[in-house]
Design a protein around this ligand. Structure first.
Ligand code: ZN
Length: 370
């Protein structure tokens, strides 16, 4: 009997050590969050950028009933940067452009629940007291009494990556820098807040814009859909935009329940043979750029479905842990997104990842699009 006990103890200790090691191996904290993006909450504003007050209430009722955790956007960003855990029921609520319906209609519904939210402000219309926008006083009230975060949407709401005709590269860079830095300064003067978070106007960016934001020590949000995960690009964080037909309850429920695709790496190419690497998300009309994504979970690649804007389902090729996809038809000027999803195995839950392309005309000129 005397001999058994130590042996048993050693055995248990070894087992515990083994267990601990395996836990540690998998202990990279889970990071998953969904950021909701709204513009107007109104039934009298342009439909494509509006949700009706009734629909907005339904969205909020749903996330309340399902016990999602609503966090301030800057908390989400901080945890993401530090690699801290973000449970996958984490949601942040954002509004772009600071339209008046945010104060009039959305704010009372959020304040009642004591929920934090973020307003991305383009400062010039507010400084000009333009109709249809909230005022600085209203933003201060929402910040002080409703816990609102006031963040940056640039001064003028330009397409940041577009160089103006006759503008040198250097002049363009200086202009963009001041459109971001000046807006941050105005927000700080009016509200005392400076979180260094930008939402790209129209969700548009290229590599140079991203590099500038990194240099300025900002993080930046796009409008390409998808949940945020540990793989997400801090200078092009995804959000789910809601407006027009993309606001139905069924659509909302699917999106707010998505999980980030477990991505190891993302590469862009000109062809399916993955021969000519692309380092830019801006392509001329007529191209069919290739997206190649290597997943952490090899069993997943064969279950991925991808869709392109205006084209529906597109071809997907699985090769080991990697899937490769491209549009079926040549891209036309404007914003194009490839959305890729796969079932998580849980009912109604999907992994989701979206890649945005900005398509110029054949000569590389920007075609006007709001
Ligand atoms: Zn905007």
């Amino acid at each position: 009997m005397r001999m058994v006990k130590p042996v048993l103890t050693v055995g248990i200790a070894a087992l515990l050590a083994l267990l601990l090691a395996s836990v540690l191996l998998q202990s990279r904290p889970l990071q998953a969050a969904v950021v909701l993006q709204y513009h107007h909450v109104s039934d009298t504003t342009p439909r494509s950028t509006s949700v009706t007050p009734e629909r907005f209430r339904e969205h909020m009722d749903y996330i309340e009933a399902q016990d999602f955790e609503i966090v301030p956007l800057e908390t989400l960003v901080e945890k993401l940067k530090k690699g801290e855990e973000l449970p996958d029921n984490t949601v942040a609520i954002t509004f772009d452009d600071a339209y008046d319906s945010v104060y009039d209609t959305a704010y009372p519904l959020l304040k009642k629940r004591d929920w934090p939210f973020t307003v991305f402000v383009n400062t010039e219309p507010l400084d000009q007291g333009k109709n249809g926008f909230s005022t600085w006083a209203q933003l201060r009230e929402m910040a002080e009494e409703g816990g609102a975060t006031i963040a940056n949407h640039s001064t003028k709401h330009n397409h940041l990556q577009r160089q103006k005709s006759g503008e040198s590269q250097k002049q363009w860079r200086e202009r963009i820098r001041s459109e971001v830095v000046d807006a941050e300064q105005r927000i700080e003067e009016e509200t005392g807040q400076s979180h260094r978070m930008l939402a790209y106007p129209y969700g548009e960016y290229n590599n140079q814009v991203k590099a500038l934001l990194e240099e300025l020590d900002f993080v930046a949000f796009g409008q390409q859909s998808g949940p945020i995960g540990s793989h997400s690009d801090l200078y092009a964080l995804p959000r789910f935009p809601f407006g027009g037909s993309f606001a139905e309850m069924e659509d909302f429920v699917t999106k707010v329940n998505t999980r980030p695709m477990p991505i190891d790496s993302v590469s862009l190419y000109e062809d399916m043979e993955l021969k000519s690497p692309l380092d830019e998300v801006v392509v001329p009309e007529g191209e069919r750029p290739v997206l190649a994504v290597t997943l952490e979970d090899e069993s997943l690649s064969s279950r991925v479905n991808c869709f392109a804007s205006m084209q529906g389902a597109i071809e997907v090729k699985a090769e080991g842990a990697r899937f490769i996809t491209r549009a079926n038809k040549p891209l036309t000027p404007g914003r194009v997104r490839y959305n890729c999803t796969a079932s998580t195995g849980e009912s109604g839950r999907f992994y989701w990842f979206s890649q945005q392309w900005l398509v110029t005309d054949k000569k590389g000129n920007w075609v006007h699009e709001d």
